[in-house]
Design a protein around this ligand. Structure first.
Ligand code: GLC
Length: 660
């Protein structure tokens, strides 16, 4: 059952799709002070799931999180905000319920941080809707919540193939080289990503004429090889006379305004930019229409970036800072003045105060950005999604975004933002998955191998062994870091085998993904969601159920030659070095230490279940999704969900059959 409670005058976030009459009775479970603060006593053994893309474990207890979409490529355990804000919690203890704080401004979640047994949620203003969802099990609660927020986005099937990306592919030649080297190394490939380097001076919807003189021909040439090019689109529009997007935006008042009514100025990759007012439907339609510039070149996938929005600095704060620096006296600079100076400079990037200094036009009303901050990225993706439905009505377009809010899952997927080639970030990526699924984000994945910092060949291989299970499977890295395409490493052959195995797994992954979409379920579940009576399962933070048949327990520590795994029931352990080198073994319920060689993929098939398995293929186009064998317990029946991988009407395209 879902009940809605309204406080003050909530902004219509569009997170939910069902109209629910607001209750007039008192909000259950929580106490509220009428000023946006809600408290709930927790018991020692209560588990608090949720919060989507956040730091720390699957059980969120013990930290203070802040929903405030924020660009933080250096996030660590003590970080409070990441790229997305997903204010859904699932409390699992004596009382079991879900709660969604539908509020688009800054929202704090103190989950047993100040007081170990107290949960305090604080919305910046008491203008929000709170939904309480009750049910008999975690899964039932999630299902109801997902029905409330609407069906998740389904990308084209090719988006489930391997994607190679790097910030720093600077020319058509670079792209051809990636394709050729993958081919030579036997690495299957479905997509190559174009980072900001393809644009002319980082201007959205432009293509650099010197470095990418024939993008249309290149796109066609790559398609011939089964490879889709996926360009990036950034939120900020470069301020430059003669640049059409800039000029149209200014003329039509499509940009966010400053206090004085002028176009607000921030700085991102292109330098000084204006931010499109994605909360204004007219601006959304206008910006969305621009994607046609690239679809006309044959492009059928996009990633939307910097849409928290990230602001490296604002003109005003930079001027103020320079002024203060100008007044510094070198001779009398003490250590505190020195730290004040460095702090001032570091504080320019993503300064929270800047987000209070611009405005949106919502139905003719001026709305301060900070009040709707977490909706910005979602509305950018919405702009693209809605426009593309008109531009390319006959097929699905790949979309994923960096920033998001609940509701954005209907328009696109997300990648989990900038991470590092750190072992802790490999674990973190996995721990976010169940919470993201609860919030509707099913087409998800992390930058495989890590974005920032230098990757080592072992982290690449271990990360691949995890990421072969995530719907979005993309190797992406930052300019200036060590190259990390699998072919640069000595262990390239082992990496290639992992990627080939991904293609064998696609029928299962795609099927479980579709099940999760159509049945409003989670694709990645904590063990306790399926083994509710097993107290040990509740403690497991580093294993996940993938769909209804598999359990994964990735290795996420350097130099580890294996790991402890808890089996909540008898399972079949599968070891694979390649498609042709597979061994299985039945293990009893309980604790096990499992050896996992560096070049070996290990996963588990649940008792009396089996998964469909395809032959490896060069890309999804060449994959024979019908020639399936079964891997797992003999005589098991698997319910396969599939479709043509392209029809926009996903409901009608769906085919369900039982296979043995
Ligand atoms: C941001 C994105 C990253 C991209 C970079 C350059 O950091 O998160 O993926 O490579 O910008 O565009």
């Amino acid at each position: 059952m879902i009940k809605k409670y309204v406080f003050g005058k909530p902004f219509p976030t569009q997170a939910t799709i069902k109209e629910i009459e607001a209750c007039t009775d008192k909000l259950p479970y929580f106490e509220t002070n009428g000023e946006g603060v809600f408290t709930l006593p927790l018991r020692e053994n209560d588990i608090v799931y949720g919060l989507g893309e956040q730091v720390r474990g699957i059980n969120k207890k013990g930290w203070h999180y802040v929903s405030w979409n924020y660009d933080n490529p250096n996030h660590q355990e003590d970080t409070r905000s990441l790229y997305g804000s997903h204010n859904f919690l699932l409390i699992s203890g004596k009382a079991k319920f879900g709660v969604f704080f539908d509020y688009a401004g800054k929202t704090e979640f103190d989950i047993g941080y100040t007081h170990r047994n107290l949960l305090t949620v604080k919305a910046a203003k008491n203008d929000l809707a709170v939904y309480i969802i009750t049910g008999n099990s975690e899964k039932e609660i999630v299902k109801q919540f997902r029905e409330l927020i609407g069906k998740s986005y389904v990308p084209p099937l090719w988006a489930f193939g391997y994607g190679q990306s790097r910030w720093g592919y600077r020319s058509e030649q670079d792209i051809r080289e990636v394709a050729a080297k993958c081919k030579a190394a036997g690495i299957p490939l479905d997509s190559i990503y174009l980072d900001i380097d393809y644009m002319e001076r980082y201007k959205d919807f432009t293509v650099d004429k010197e470095r990418f003189p024939h993008l249309k021909a290149l796109t066609a040439e790559m398609k011939e090889q089964g490879i889709h090019l996926v360009p990036i689109i950034d939120a900020g529009v470069k301020i430059e006379d003669g640049y059409e997007v800039y000029e149209e935006g200014v003329k039509n008042n499509y940009f966010c305004k400053n206090e004085q009514g002028g176009d607000f100025v921030g700085a991102v990759w292109p330098g000084r930019v204006h931010f499109p007012d994605f909360l204004n439907p007219m601006a959304r339609k206008w910006f969305g229409g621009k994607y046609a510039v690239l679809t006309e070149l044959g492009i059928d996938g996009f990633w939307n970036d910097m849409n928290e929005p990230a602001i490296f600095y604002t003109e005003d704060r930079l001027a103020e800072t320079c002024d203060k620096i100008g007044k510094l006296d070198l001779n009398s600079m003490g250590i505190y003045e020195y730290f004040g100076f460095t702090g001032m400079v570091a504080g320019l990037n993503g300064n929270e105060g800047d987000y209070y200094k611009f405005y949106h036009n919502v139905d003719g009303k001026k709305v301060n950005h900070a009040e709707v901050h977490n909706l910005y990225g979602m509305n950018m993706t919405r702009a693209a999604f809605e426009a593309l439905q008109e531009i390319s009505p006959d097929k699905r377009t790949l979309f994923f975004s960096r920033a998001s809010y609940i509701g954005a899952h209907r328009y696109g997927g997300i990648w989990q933002g900038d991470n590092k080639s750190w072992w802790s970030h490999l674990l973190q990526a996995m721990q976010q998955l169940p919470a993201l699924n609860m919030a509707g984000f099913l087409f998800v994945g992390s930058d495989t191998g890590g974005f920032g910092a230098d990757a080592t060949e072992d982290i690449m291989l271990r990360w691949l062994q995890y990421a072969v299970f995530t719907p979005l499977f993309r190797n992406h890295s930052a300019d200036g870091t060590r190259r990390q395409e699998p072919y640069v490493f000595d262990n390239c052959a082992a990496c290639a085998e992992m990627i080939k195995i991904r293609y064998c797994l696609i029928p299962y992954i795609y099927s479980e993904f579709l099940k999760a979409v159509h049945n409003d379920e989670m694709m990645f579940k904590p063990l306790a969601f399926d083994f509710a009576d097993d107290d040990m399962a509740k403690r497991v933070e580093d294993q996940l159920l993938v769909g209804n048949e598999l359990m994964i327990a990735p290795v996420y520590q350097q130099n580890a030659v294996g790991r402890y795994v808890y089996l909540p029931e008898e399972m079949m352990l599968v070891r694979m070095k390649s498609y042709d080198s597979t061994s299985t073994e039945i293990l009893p319920k309980g604790h096990h230490y499992i050896d996992v060689a560096l070049d070996e993929l290990v996963f588990f098939i649940r008792k009396d279940k089996a998964i469909p398995f395809a032959r490896p293929a060069e890309n999804t186009e060449k994959a024979d999704m019908d020639a399936l064998t079964m891997l797992g317990y003999s005589d098991s029946v698997y319910t396969l969900y599939s479709d043509d991988g392209i029809s926009p009407d996903t409901e009608n395209a769906l085919a369900v059959k039982e296979i043995k």
